[in-house]
Design a binder for this molecule. Structure first.
Ligand code: SAH
Length: 234
């Protein structure tokens, strides 16, 4: 009897600690698996992008009840009718920016803040705009808790860009406008890259490059993003 009681005490004392440790290890394993099966297998090559996708804890950016799906091969709801993009799409769009580490980046559509965190691992400064104030506040809080000092979040209409900090070496848009917004083209630096899904029902992910003041557009792949909305009255 005595032996059984001792065994129960030991189990109750050790299990909460063990489960926290175990789940972080389990998440790290899922992350590594995601990188192999979803990213490398589909052609993501940039070692810095791969490292960032291994580093950032995607499960912290999704609602608690869907953490066990955080590394699956699809987008997930994050509230307010919005979604966090599929891991492969995040990696692909990031790779298209060809970041070296010195860049100033603008993101339109902060959402959960996950893409911003990936960018912050790879560039010098990240400016990110989210139309829906509750999402902007939540992402800002989480990114601060995670100690990202090179990300600035603001709530507003990203169609207009962020002129105070322009020009940007890279601009990434994670919601789809019908046409490429003029203000974003204007705020793109010389030799800069803009990655953006364009279209209504059928969308195309496009890479825009600016050289000697002229832009060239390359179609990359058909995609499905939430639409870019406009701030009321604009
Ligand atoms: N990058 C995000 C994915 C966000 S989904 C992540 O990593 O989680 C796209 C986001 O774009 C949504 O949160 C939506 O509210 C936002 N959005 C839509 N129209 C916008 C606009 N005009 N300006 C800024 N954000 C916008």
């Amino acid at each position: 009897m005595k032996i059984v009681l001792i065994a129960i005490t030991v189990l109750t004392l050790s299990s909460p600690m063990a489960s926290i440790g175990e789940s972080e290890t389990a998440f790290a394993q899922k992350r590594a698996q995601m990188v192999e099966d979803q990213l490398k297998a589909r052609g993501i090559k940039d070692p810095r992008v791969i490292q960032a996708m291994l580093t950032v804890k995607r499960h912290l950016f999704v609602p608690t009840h869907s953490r066990n799906q955080a590394y699956e091969d699809y987008p997930l709801p994050i509230g307010e009718g919005q979604t966090i993009s599929q891991p492969y799409v995040v990696a692909l769009m990031t790779e298209l920016l060809a970041l070296k580490g010195r860049e100033r980046i603008l993101e339109i559509g902060t959402g959960s803040g996950y893409q911003a965190a990936i960018l912050a691992e790879l560039a010098k400064e990240v400016y990110t705009i989210e139309l829906l104030a509750p999402l902007a506040r939540q992402a800002e809080k989480l990114l601060k808790e995670l100690d990202y000092k090179n990300i600035q979040v603001k709530s507003g209409d990203g169609f207009l860009g962020w002129p105070e900090f322009a020009p940007f070496d890279g601009i990434i848009v994670t919601c789809a406008p019908e046409k490429i917004p003029e203000p974003l083209l204007a705020q793109l630096a010389e030799n800069g890259r803009l990655v953006i899904p364009v279209g209504t029902y059928v969308q195309e992910l496009k890479l825009v490059r600016k050289r000697k003041g002229r832009t060239t557009v390359t179609d990359i792949v058909p995609v499905r993003f939430v639409p870019m909305l406009r701030e009321k009255g604009k």
